[in-house]
Design a protein around this ligand. Structure first.
Ligand code: FAD
Length: 434
């Protein structure tokens, strides 16, 4: 069958939108297929938007994109049962345009991004699921949708169908996603008057705060929590590796975990009075570098979450999604211009561009992190307790001299982990984050 489109993009999240926009803008005939009622209706994110990745695609996005607050302060908290020890980075420099990070509401943002894709000339069809890829020998030549006359043909198909990419699996491009390579995150949006948010977080009309959390809130599982300020709401969530939920001896469900987190004495006062507007759960591919599958082949490429492009160490996903989408699009544009066809031998330029970008460089830097943290739950249990206790001991003024306090702290560390354990853990942490 002759190709009806230069390219078909499956999915209208950030990766699919970035890809479809870039190709349509360059004059290619693009079809985008989204199973949701509208782009964003099925999508979940914290959500922090990293401006740089979007700027490279739509430089003037700030003019009309639905942005909530620009981030001027980042807090990193380590929590035990009753306290947190943290670092806060706040700078007046973050309060000067052009801002670098924003909170967004994904449903609104995806709708806006999609409107840009259509303005650029791509055809979007919603409420349509792609069930299979159509092959001609070893070449992908189109997609089969769940509609009558649902076979559509194109020179190249870009899979931007998110973390649970069944299409690539069905086509045999990669295997089942392992439960140790994927996190299950739950989050709520809590409505709160703007004035209350400004007072509680000491922020202005448009500025915001991000709080990232590790420690006892994940019940010994590998995971993190987060709290973000939107204009008139807060987003609060927690995510842990799916494999850990299965193995957790307390059988804590994600919902219970979030409820426990909301009751933590450091968090409860910040969200008090918040009225729940939305609750959702979603998977995040957090297997990192070693879990990235083959991402191109004859007539196909994989972008965004479906390729596992998430930097869990820095909680970055949407920017990797947009960047991989853009790089895949640029590969197609170049292939069309050169008339080289769309075999793997041509599309391998996509992988070369990825390797050359921050995407693969960052994932490579943290390549050992998932395995190291997985095998060492003490980083989420023992150490948060020890650190919080050490800070409390040093700060409490109770007539005990500081040298004695230091000895007490050191002895509490040694009792819990012994000297060899402490040295080993320091080495493991270095390996994870080197
Ligand atoms: P998605 O956004 O999942 O989009 C995939 C699209 O494909 C969907 O619209 C889906 O409906 C559609 N689709 C799937 N299958 C089919 C099919 N067969 N046919 C047609 N359509 C299909 N990242 C950040 O940068 N900052 C954050 O603060 C952040 N926080 C997060 C918090 C949570 C709780 C979660 C779950 C993720 C977070 N992420 C964050 C990660 C970020 O959301 C993802 O990396 C990003 O959404 C990936 O974009 P994507 O386009 O690849 O996939």
């Amino acid at each position: 069958k002759p190709s009806q489109f230069d390219a078909i993009v499956v999915g209208a999240g950030p990766s699919g939108n970035a890809c479809a926009y870039t190709m349509a803008k360059a004059g290619l005939k693009v079809l985008q297929i989204e199973r949701g009622e509208y782009p964003g209706s099925k999508n979940v994110q914290g959500a922090i938007l990293y401006a740089k990745a979007l700027e490279e695609i739509i430089p003037d996005f700030r003019e009309d994109a639905p942005l909530e607050r620009h981030i001027i302060e980042q807090r990193m908290w380590v929590l035990d049962e009753t306290s947190f020890v943290g670092t806060h980075v706040r700078s007046a420099d973050y309060d000067k345009p052009p801002y670098n990070r924003y909170t967004i509401i994904r449903a609104q943002f995806d709708k806006w991004f999609s409107s840009k894709v259509r303005e650029a000339g791509a055809l979007l069809i919603c409420e349509t699921t792609v069930n299979h890829l159509i092959m001609d020998g070893d070449q992908v030549v189109g997609v089969q949708c769940d509609r009558e006359h649902g076979d559509v043909y194109a020179d190249v198909v870009v899979l931007a169908d998110g973390v649970n990419s069944t299409l690539a699996r069905k086509a045999g491009f990669h295997g089942e996603i392992k439960s140790d390579n994927v996190a299950l995150a739950v989050k709520e949006i809590l409505f709160m008057p703007e004035e209350t948010i400004r007072q509680r977080f000491n922020i202005g009309e448009e500025s915001g705060v991000v709080i990232e959390m590790v420690g006892r809130i994940t019940d010994g599982m590998l995971g993190t929590g987060f709290l973000y300020t939107n204009k008139e709401s807060l987003t609060i969530g927690v995510g842990c590796m799916l494999g850990d939920f299965k193995k957790n001896p307390n059988r804590t469900s994600p919902y219970v975990l979030l409820e426990q987190m909301k009751r933590h004495p450091a968090i409860a006062p910040l969200i008090e009075g918040g009225e729940m507007k939305e609750y959702c759960a979603h998977l995040i591919p957090e297997g990192g570098f070693h879990a990235i599958p083959q991402v191109y082949g004859n007539g196909w490429m994989i972008v965004g979450d479906s390729g596992g492009f998430v930097n869990a160490a820095h909680r970055e996903g949407s920017n990797l999604a947009m960047t991989t989408g853009r790089l895949a699009a640029e590969t197609v544009i170049q292939a069309k211009a050169a008339g080289d066809g769309y075999r793997a031998s041509t599309l391998k330029a996509y992988k070369a561009a990825l390797d050359d970008s921050f995407v693969m460089k960052d994932l490579h830097k943290y390549r050992d992190m998932p395995a190291v943290l997985h095998k060492n739950p003490q980083f989420f249990t023992t150490y948060p307790d020890l650190v919080a206790n050490a800070a409390r001991t040093m700060i409490t003024v109770d007539g005990i001299d500081k040298k004695t306090k230091e000895r007490e702290i050191f002895s509490s560390f040694r009792k819990s982990r012994r000297l060899s354990g402490l040295v080993g853990d320091a080495y493991k942490l270095w390996r994870a984050f080197r």
